[in-house]
Design a binder for this molecule. Structure first.
Ligand code: ADP
Ligand code: MG
Length: 630
């Protein structure tokens, strides 16, 4: 409900409680509201009369910050201080983006490989959260101007595959921009809402949302029934989009134009100009069959004037392989959803690149000429849907539930660094799940619960979301405690984890703030953060792992020998102790290869009699799933 308040100074009435819908895109961002007169969502334009705010930030060395179209010219004029595609860095550590670093023209800082990336401009450091907040501030500002009221609340959209850390980072960016983020909504869900799908409670439909933007591609399969949105599957490519179309054109021009090639060799900075020209060509070819231009380049000692042409037919040949990749993704998404093409009732086209005719044709072909929703502006449709969701949250529409899906599995680390999944990928959100574990050592009173997200068996390859300790478990023999770990994933995709030892009732409820998200204090000190942490040493990590496993084996062995002294020969005991000593020495020395060798020797030797003697309880203790103690 809108709150009406009176401005005493001016004697005017003000609606204070607007909730805006925001599409914070990789390439372009927009803000939308529900038009009071028509009741329809509409995107808000800025003073440049454009509704699209290019997601570009110019950090002028004099301290001024420009956003959007005002910042765009600096991509060429001052690339090292002009930030684009910052969405790709949201919630990411340097490790996550290290390989992609060459894609950025600005400096991505490697301070501590496990912490959030930062971007250097001049002698200042910025986090992606902070940079995104500048874009959000611009959107907030233009909404306030249009509404002549304060705007403090927003719904922000994110790709369906965004993990907790990325969602949290988006929330933090909103907070930093002075926006209370009421809901993080998946982009495909927003696009469906914009087309009014799901607003009719009677309706039951399975739809595909095909979103081809500037640098990313996403396909989502949704089921809508009784006003509930359920994401059945998602697939895509985070480095595939309209930019690749532009690159294909640039390459074609270069390959067929020796003069242009020479020019670029002499003046590499002209590449950016050429790319913009290619984008113009692409856009024009969405409506006409032919493009031609004079590429005029002014450089220190010469003015070059080169004619560049491109036909739609040729353009389509150039981008055909890229479009084919998106269709492959569609195939995979359908497979993941367990559906056949005939099961899809409607297809929704999202993203500026779906204006390309070949894209429309191929998508139509793949989904068997189903209803193709492309009547709404594909650049605006996500923001428009976010405004509809905002309207629902404001209580202006009948109850409509939004149900999303978790794109990656969530689980905890078990002994030996293994991932144990508690909520599998593609589970519906909100979701609650629990699982029981036990200890690996006698009398263990503390347990470290480490939470991960990802599909690999080795947690090292997955993303750590956070960890906490369950303390005060009364001493019990290994394998006795019953530790229940519960995961609760809320509607925003934020995870809460609790651990309870069922025999004693000891428990700990912890909200897992994703490790890459920021706490309030961190937000405050963000600017002061310095580069002080040393690079993480990969070798150290694998050594630690070998050590942990060695310690585990030594512990199990000594327990075993203790318990079974009477059944074992002196030679067996002495030789075992000898191998244990060797392993202990290797562990102290810290030589990984030696540890692994000694580990194997001890293992091989004890195997010969262990099988003979192991009683049932020990079998349980050694083979049962155990959480690593600390
Ligand atoms: P994102 O969701 O990544 O922020 P958008 O959905 O705004 O991106 O799409 C931006 C992309 O759409 C850019 O690559 C742009 O060149 C492309 N685009 C915009 N208009 C057209 C057009 N008329 N024809 C072809 N491509 C277009
Ligand atoms: Mg988009």
């Amino acid at each position: 409900m809108a709150i009406i308040s009176i401005n005493i100074k001016e004697g005017t009435l003000k609606r204070e409680d607007y909730i805006v819908g925001i599409d914070l895109g990789t390439t372009n961002s927009l803000v939308a509201i529900i038009d009071k007169e028509t009741g329809k969502p509409m995107a808000i334009e800025g003073k440049d009369k454009e509704v699209i705010v290019p997601s570009i930030i110019y950090l002028n060395p004099n301290g001024e910050i420009l956003v959007g179209n005002e910042a765009k010219p600096f991509l060429i004029a001052d690339p090292s201080n002009t930030i684009f595609s910052v969405k790709r860095l949201m919630g990411k550590s340097y490790n996550d983006v290290a390989k992609k670093e060459s894609l950025f023209s600005y400096r991505v800082i490697d301070d501590n490989t496990e912490s959030l990336v930062k971007i250097q401009s001049g002698n200042k450091f910025y986090t992606p959260i902070e940079l995104s907040s500048y874009i959000l501030k611009e959107l907030k500002h233009r909404a306030e101007k249009a509404l002549t009221a304060k705007v403090n609340k927003a719904v922000i959209t994110v790709p369906a595959y965004f993990n907790d850390a990325q969602r949290q980072a988006t929330r933090d960016a909103g907070k930093l921009a002075g926006l209370d983020v009421l809901r993080i909504v998946n982009e495909p869900t927003a696009a469906s809402l914009a087309y009014g799908l799901g607003l009719n409670q009677e309706e039951q439909k399975t739809i595909a949302v095909y979103d081809l933007g500037g640098g990313t591609f996403d396909i989502s399969i949704l089921n809508i029934h009784s006003g509930i949105f359920e994401v059945l599957s998602t697939h895509g490519d985070t480095h595939l989009g309209g930019d690749d179309f532009d690159k294909a054109i640039v390459n074609y021009w270069l390959d067929n134009n020796p003069k242009l090639k020479d020019l670029l060799k002499a003046y590499p900075s002209q590449l950016q100009n050429l790319r913009l020209m290619a984008e113009d060509a692409k856009k024009q070819l969405s409506t006409s069959l032919h493009f031609e231009t004079n590429f005029i380049s002014r450089n220190a000692d010469q003015i070059s004037n080169l004619e560049l042409t491109l036909s739609r037919k040729l353009f389509e040949q150039l981008v055909q392989p890229i479009v084919a990749l998106t269709i492959q993704s569609c195939q995979q998404a359908m497979k993941d959803a367990g559906l056949q093409n005939k099961d899809i009732n409607e297809v929704i086209m999202v993203g500026g690149s779906t204006r390309v005719n070949l894209v429309k044709e191929e998508v139509k072909k793949f989904f068997n000429k189903k209803i193709l929703n492309n009547s709404l502006n594909p650049d605006e449709v996500v923001a428009l849907g976010a405004a509809v969701e905002a309207d629902i949250l404001a209580g202006n529409r009948k109850d409509i539930l939004l149900l999303d899906v978790t794109p990656l599995s969530l689980g905890i680390e078990t002994l030996g660094g293994l991932m144990d999944v508690i909520i599998p990928r593609n589970s519906k959100v909100p979701q609650r799940a629990a699982r029981e574990y036990t200890t690996s050592k006698d009398g263990q009173s503390n347990l470290r619960i480490s939470i991960y997200q990802g599909e690999r068996d080795n947690v090292e390859f997955n993303r750590k979301l956070g960890e906490f300790d369950l303390t005060g478990v009364p001493g019990m023999p290994a394998g006795m405690p019953k530790i229940q770990i519960s995961f609760m994933l809320d509607a925003d995709g934020i995870l809460k984890v609790s651990a309870k030892e069922l025999r004693s009732g000891v428990e700990q409820h912890i909200d897992v703030k994703p490790q890459y998200g920021l706490t309030d204090e961190e937000l405050e000190t963000m600017l002061l953060d310095s580069l002080q942490n040393a690079k993480e040493d990969m070798n150290f990590r694998s050594l630690q792992e070998a050590k942990t496993e060695a310690e585990q084996l030594m512990y199990a062995t000594s327990r075993f020998i203790e318990k079974n002294q009477n059944e074992l020969s002196d030679v067996e005991i002495d030789t075992t102790n000898h191998f244990v000593e060797q392993l202990k020495k290797a562990t102290t020395d810290g030589n990984k290869d030696q540890i692994l060798k000694a580990h194997e020797e001890l293992n091989d030797f004890t195997k010969t009699f262990a099988e003979r003697l192991m009683d049932k309880a020990i079998v349980m203790a050694l083979k049962g799933k155990t959480i690593d103690g600390n």
